[in-house]
Write a new protein. Structure first.
Length: 761
């Protein structure tokens, strides 16, 4: 239960204020006669037209309005016992002064309505007050923490008093009336809990209301309730400070235009994501040319979820699970979803059942890998404001903490769930690996909840006996693609033009399901608009954008901490992936089993986790049979890598993949006609497939003729010879095949190849 929830229960309602005031001193709740002296029932004021009230006003006390919240707060000592003792002392100790006579905060008009009416003291009208009455003296210069609000104070006092039994509550009201009769016009015994707390807040400012409540609780011997109220206040202050800290960290972000130094609110950037309630859904299979059947992946059609649904109160009540794993490919929007979740909690838009949200991204945790440290120390170091929390706060049922671990794929150490030592104390120093293993086992902080994000992993990251749910983040839905560009471009004319541009190229539009790809398209269009204006023509080359995506995945988005690859290793990896892609393409295959993948020569870790070019999931070809398979992140990425393999084989080694070898096997100086032999054989090979399985491959291969793409691919080329200008020769070849019309059904794709070359059809 969150500290901010309403009180668990309230005492039964009694008579109203008017009823109590008109009781004329009669006991309303059956007190013994010896207690009658504790109460003074002030005389009811006559109607306003009857003249001056005989009521004494000389000893009335008036309470100033509460000070406005301030922006600073003095820090507490980091030592737990010292901190608690000093803080408790400062917040519960009050200066008490005996009052000479009774006083009241209010007068009652003829309709029993409370109005603050200034009175002038009249010594002749003085009436002696109970000698037990106390007056609170409040320092007006006392600094109030900005987290102390009317809403919190009301709920905190109500929740604390709501834990008292009926008899304890009765005793509390008696002492309250005895010590502070100036707070009430009538004895509070007839008030219910809500009215009682409301009256305190009307008479006193927030600080005094809390102090008064603590003083009375101490007097009736309820020290535990005093500690409980104090704990609520500490948690509230920590929650406020933590929210301010998270707002500074995550409140603004770059939207891909940040390289110009511009930061924007996440609400101005964030676009809804396609989060499925199921896992193992496999890659997106929508294709411009081919019709690809579902790859025996999860046959259940999962529900569409929003960020607000993740670990929501309804979700927790329904599933009773403490762990949630969100998987998604590189650039699919996992970190963006986490930022949105954090800021929604900070701004109190969602997840208010969570007392504290603690993000622990693995990029931040890396600095603790070689240290002996406890989970508590990690949290305190990353978020110093949490040092005020006590050990009980991490174990309390009323203090739910959500730990968010973003980027589990970046944790490079092996998670050994069988042999790692057990750990049950979050304050015990140990290694980061042991902490993570025991967290995922559910042995640490078993009352809290955990959310993890990761790329699809090739080995289990959560023990089989840990109960958890797994969701699949799949980028953007169709409508969200447009929404992204509308938010990305402040100039709506630019946004409209980019949206129209993506819709004009079907493959480009399909690939925009990936937020990373959308950002690359937006960057490219923005650069063109900046250089040439709104009327500039946007590029028609798919190859250029796919080359940009390849470089982003293998360089910028490569898993942090993954083993670095030398240029030769990187090139060799791409060649092996490309060769596999071409072989699968010719067979009409779009997945390989783990056993088949071993023949590729590239580790599944490198292909799936580190580079993000592939994905792994579980298929269910039969009811009682499951197997793990690997696919490229999209069929068009498979076709692009196949084309890259053919291109680099010729560029680096002078080999034509579609023939045994070029006649001059030792030639390294490429001439136009020799390069065209490779393209001619590729065209002829493509035209033989009626189903168009090599159509996109051929378009990418011709796109690599352009110098702009050759320049981007230079890191993968070993031959320093200048690549000849082959656009005209390639266009002539394509037009010749169209004119020959031997394969009428393939002519449309040949025209698309001309567009890829930038040649008018």
């Amino acid at each position: 239960m969150d500290d901010s929830d309403l009180m668990d229960r309230v005492t039964p309602s009694g008579s109203s204020l008017g009823d109590a005031a008109s009781a004329a001193g009669q006991s309303a709740y059956g007190e013994d006669e010896e207690d009658d002296g504790l109460y003074y029932i002030p005389e009811r004021r006559p109607s306003l037209d009857l003249g001056t009230s005989p009521m004494d006003t000389s000893q009335w006390h008036y309470v100033d309005q509460a000070n406005s919240p301030v922006l600073s707060y003095s820090s507490m000592s980091s030592e737990k016992s010292e901190k608690m003792e000093k803080l408790d002392e400062s917040l519960t100790s009050i200066q008490l002064v005996r009052a000479d006579s009774y006083s009241s905060c209010y007068t009652l008009d003829s309709d029993d309505c409370e109005n603050r009416i200034p009175k002038v003291r009249n010594k002749e009208d003085t009436v002696p007050e109970s000698p037990d009455a106390l007056v609170l003296l409040h320092d007006p210069n006392e600094i109030r923490h900005p987290s102390l609000t009317v809403d919190f104070t009301f709920k905190a006092i109500s929740k604390t008093l709501g834990k008292l039994s009926e008899g304890e509550m009765h005793y509390f009201k008696r002492i309250l009336w005895k010590r502070f009769p100036q707070s009430f016009n009538t004895p509070p015994q007839g008030m219910d809990l809500v009215d009682l707390v409301d009256r305190l807040l009307e008479c006193y400012n927030l600080e005094v209301s809390l102090k008064l409540t603590k003083h009375v609780l101490e007097e009736i011997g309820k020290k535990k309730m005093v500690d409980y109220l104090q704990a609520l206040r500490i948690r509230n202050e920590v929650r406020y400070d933590l929210r301010q800290s998270l707002k500074r960290i995550y409140g603004e972000m770059g939207d891909d235009s940040s390289k110009q130094g511009e930061m924007r609110s996440i609400d101005d950037v964030f676009t809804n994501l396609n989060i499925k309630s199921t896992s193992d859904n496999g890659p997106i299979l929508e294709h411009e040319v081919l019709k690809i059947d579902k790859l025996d992946s999860n046959r259940k059609e999962g529900k569409q979820l929003s960020v607000q649904d993740l670990m929501s109160k309804e979700w927790l009540d329904k599933t009773n699970l403490r762990f949630l794993l969100i998987t998604g490919g590189a650039g699919s929007g996992k970190s963006m979803a986490i930022k949105k979740l954090i800021l929604d909690w900070v701004e109190e838009k969602s997840h208010q059942h969570v007392s504290f949200l603690v993000p622990l991204p693995f990029r931040e945790l890396k600095k603790f890998e070689d240290k002996k440290i406890s989970l508590l120390d990690i949290v305190n170091e990353l978020y110093p404001e949490t040092k005020q929390l006590r050990d009980e706060d991490y174990r309390s049922d009323e203090c739910l903490i959500l730990f968010v671990f973003d980027g589990l794929d970046e944790f490079c150490e092996k998670l050994d769930f069988q042999n790692t030592e057990l750990l049950g104390d979050h304050a015990e120093p140990t290694s980061l690996n042991i902490i993570m293993v025991n967290l995922l086992r559910g042995r640490l902080l078993f009352r809290d909840i955990f959310m993890l994000t990761s790329r699809p992993l090739v080995r289990r990251c959560i023990p089989w006996d840990t109960h958890y749910d797994e969701l699949d983040l799949r980028g953007f839905l169709e409508s969200d693609k447009d929404e992204y560009f509308k938010k990305r471009f402040k100039n709506q004319d630019h946004a409209d033009q980019v949206i129209a541009y993506t819709k004009s190229l079907k493959t480009l539009r399909i690939m925009c399901y990936l937020p990373l790809f959308c950002s690359l398209v937006a960057d490219e269009c923005e650069n063109i608009f900046r250089a040439k204006g709104l009327q500039a023509e946007l590029p028609k080359s798919l190859t250029y954008m796919y080359t940009k995506l390849l470089l982003a995945l293998t360089r910028q988005y490569r898993v942090d901490g993954a083993p670095p690859l030398s240029p030769e290793e990187e090139r060799d990896c791409l060649m092996k992936l490309g060769k596999t892609a071409l072989t699968m393409l010719e067979k009409g295959q779009f997945k390989l089993t783990r056993c088949e993948w071993k023949e590729v020569g590239v580790s599944d870790d490198e292909a799936v986790v580190n580079s993000g070019l592939c994905t792994q999931y579980v298929t269910k070809p039969f009811i009682l049979f499951q197997e793990r398979v690997i696919s490229f992140i999209h069929p068009t990425m498979q076709e692009y890598l196949a084309a890259l393999y053919v291109f680099l084989s010729f560029r680096n080694h002078g080999k034509n993949i579609f023939e045994q070898q070029l006649k001059d096997r030792f030639s390294r100086m490429f001439k136009g006609h020799k390069a065209m032999e490779m393209y001619k054989s590729a065209v002829d090979k493509s035209l033989t497939y009626d189903d168009g399985k090599l159509d996109m491959f051929l378009r990418f291969l011709f796109g690599m003729v352009l110098h702009v793409n050759v320049d981007l691919l230079k890191p993968f080329c070993t031959n320093s010879s200048k690549w000849p200008n082959m656009v005209d020769d390639a266009a002539t070849l394509i037009k010749k095949r169209i004119k020959e019309n031997q394969y009428p059904g393939r002519n449309e794709n040949l025209r698309r190849c001309l567009e890829e070359l930038g040649v008018s059809t």
